[in-house]
Design a protein around this ligand. Sequence first.
Ligand SMILES: C[S@@+](CC[C@H](N)C(=O)[O-])C[C@H]1O[C@@H](n2cnc3c(N)ncnc32)[C@H](O)[C@@H]1O
Length: 325
Amino acid sequence: MKISNLIEDHQWAGEDTFATDIHAGLSAPIKSISAKYFYDDRGSELFQKITQVEDYYLTRKEYSILNDIQSVLPRKLKLKEIDIVELGVGDGHKSRLLIDGFLEGGCQVKFYPIDISSKAMELLGTNIRDRPGLEIEGVVADYFAGLSYVSKKSKRNQLVLFLGSNIGNFDRGFSLEFLRSLRASLDKGAYALIGFDLKKDVRVLSKAYNDGEGYTEQFNLNLLRRINNELGGSFDLDSFQHHGFYNPRLGTMESYLVSLKSQDIFIDRFGKSFHFEEFEPIHLEYSFKFLESDINRLAEQSGFRIVEHFSDSDRYFIDSLWEAV
Ligand SMILES: C[S@@+](CC[C@H](N)C(=O)[O-])C[C@H]1O[C@@H](n2cnc3c(N)ncnc32)[C@H](O)[C@@H]1O
């Protein structure tokens, strides 16, 4: 598998978006750290553990949907050759199912997995390998930098995968903006398969984001460890508490780290301290939940037609197949 690392290229050119974003997030009146920074080496490994716990239904449900449609998709798309582009691929265990389906259907596949985390790309390399009919070029990059890089190379009909309800990390306005930009980067007739986590019993949601094994808590606290490691921070992880809850007004899970005391955190790279009041939160993540009608509206407003919604037997999750019109 060939890997193109666009992030290292940028850092070499003197840009360090991680440092810039952390400085801005910790200086804001309501402190925040972007969810895209969860996935350093340890974060990617912890996320893999989260996906395996009973309470975290999302991965299991989506995997069962993809397993069901593995041979259905190639028959629907009727292509001899395809470029499969995946945004935020993670370890690629879901992608492998779909790729196998296309190969077994006699389709030639070029796979372009895109992820901001080089560890995710490394894990993917252990799950999927080049073989007859399949060529892989991994791209370590932010979604759109990766997509624009791939758009210049891709010559065949495209299927863009955006799985895992990654779209739920954007607020309602930005998800529409994101999908419109995605549409603008595709040719008419290209396909997208997008994973949406549905609204459901709040107790099920709450358990998924506060798993009994404590991996979600470790995953969130790992962001502070990452700042300590990469920017010379002095966070004491024991003085922050993970708090995840469902906000029914916005229709989203929200997660925070709450400072358990008044404290000043020095970060070497910035040469200064950041003050935390007792019980002051750092916002980490939104995971917006959807109704089927929300998905229909998003597709229509962003220039796609819905081909079909695929769901699991509990209707917890939908993978929605769209065509660019
Ligand atoms: C929740 S995991 C899901 C992984 C996989 N799609 C799945 O469904 O199992 C999110 C993945 O998206 C990647 N990611 C998050 N924000 C990103 C961004 N802005 N650009 C590229 N990748 C991103 C993370 O590194 C991580 O591997």
